[in-house]
Design a binder for this molecule. Structure first.
Ligand code: SF4
Ligand code: SF4
Length: 392
């Protein structure tokens, strides 16, 4: 494992962080396969990961609990733990202590190493200021319940700079990957935070898995590259090449992913990519920008839909349909499989129970309950119309 500077903090962070948002799941409603999740988290730590990231909202509350179990038997002392105040659920200033105290219990620890305000955008930032939540944060720090202070972010560059300038942050967590250099915090924001000594931790390095499953045109770019890498490795090395990046979080759901990503991190370094390799990444970004229909990262924050629509799955199928595959026959087979997967989704209330509440876009009533929860600001009901049209 390679280790990198964590902004101005006096410790180094592993290049790869374990994101506990996409733990191996089983059953309905993103339940966690606990035994396997604990196994892979511990394996990642054994391979050198020293930073684990979770949140109140992940896996509908089970991520923190399972991480707490994984960190027993001496593993807690080997890592820094980051978790987050669920800003979208905060209604009053008392909420800060209420959530933090429960998180300490869930995680079976006496302190959180890095505590973040989760999903700051303009609205949540206004709430943070209105409820004086930074005072609460500082009080918790003085009590030793948290050690470092940060935020995760989903809005535009001007808002990002406003948040960065608001107080002395230890870290900022941003969505950044080779496709998203000009949206959300952007490259300018990454540099801005870094210049201020703030550790920048990256989320969505493979854009919710989209960069791991390239369309045919992207695979052609990869096959012509001067170095042989997997699609995921290209995406990760792009980030580790940058001096402004402290740690890259990956939501890992299998032992294979942990091993592959740890091996990628072992081979990483600032400025390690050649001009030719950087050119490959530019070409890949260009291909993806032309292909993606809906920029859904499958974070699941919009779920559950009260009418049973499996929102991320519908968008994934739409994007996959647009990506296609090379070759006339394989293209037709791929399209047939994607359509078949859409048809496996429930199309009626009666089918929802039997199919694990995984419903088609056609079940959307346009109630708009999901819209404010989406960090990508996707107009979900309108975009679901595209899914309906594509699979009608
Ligand atoms: S707008 Fe549609 S997808 Fe969103 S919560 Fe309402 S029914 Fe579900
Ligand atoms: S629609 Fe938005 S909130 Fe829902 S999974 Fe996609 S990115 Fe996440």
């Amino acid at each position: 494992m390679k280790y990198r500077k964590m902004g101005s903090l006096p410790w180094e962070v592993s290049a790869l962080g374990f994101g506990c948002m996409r733990l191996p799941s089983k059953g309905l409603l993103r339940g966690v396969n606990e035994k396997y999740a604990i196994e892979i988290i511990r394996h990642g730590i054994d391979r050198g990961i020293n930073y684990v990231d979770t949140a109140w909202l992940y896996h509908m509350g089970h991520s923190e609990r399972v991480l707490g179990l994984a960190l027993k038997d001496g593993y807690r002392n080997k890592v820094r733990v980051a978790t987050k105040l669920p800003m979208i659920l905060v209604r009053g200033e008392d909420a800060f202590d209420k959530y933090l105290d429960q998180q300490l219990v869930r995680l079976q620890t006496d302190h959180i190493d890095v505590y973040l305000f989760h999903m700051l955008d303009q609205g949540q930032f206004a709430k943070l200021k209105r409820l004086n939540l930074m005072d609460k944060m500082e009080k918790a720090r003085s009590q030793g319940k948290i050690l470092h202070v940060g935020f995760s972010f989903h809005d535009t560059l001007p808002v990002f700079k406003e948040v960065v300038d608001f107080c002395k942050w230890d870290m900022a967590q941003i969505q950044y990957n080779y496709m998203d250099t000009a949206i959300q915090a952007t490259t300018d924001g990454l540099r801005y935070a870094h210049q201020k000594g703030i550790a920048v931790v990256i989320m969505e390095p493979v854009k919710g898995g989209q960069l791991a499953n390239p369309p045919a045109e992207a695979m052609e770019v990869i096959s012509r590259a001067p170095v042989s890498r997997t699609p995921v490795d290209w995406a990760l090395q792009f980030l580790w090449n940058l001096p402004e990046v402290s740690c890259v979080l990956s939501g890992m759901g299998s032992m294979k992913m942990v091993d592959e990503n740890c091996s990628s991190a072992d081979a990483s370094g600032v400025g390690s990519l050649s001009a030719g390799e950087n050119k490959v990444i530019e070409e890949l970004a260009e291909v993806y920008r032309k292909k993606i229909v809906v920029p859904c990262t499958a974070c699941g924050y919009c779920m559950p839909c009260p009418f049973g629509v499996d929102i991320p799955q519908n968008f994934a199928l739409l994007n996959n349909k647009a990506f296609g595959k090379s070759g006339a026959l394989s293209g037709r087979v791929t399209q047939w499989m994607i359509t078949r997967n859409y048809r496996k989704l429930a199309k009626s209330k009666q089918q929802l129970a039997a199919r694990g509440n995984k419903g088609r876009a056609t079940l959307c009533t346009r109630c708009n309950a999901c819209v404010p929860k989406c960090p990508q600001h996707i107009r979900i009901p309108q975009e679901l119309e595209k899914v309906k049209a594509a699979f009608s």
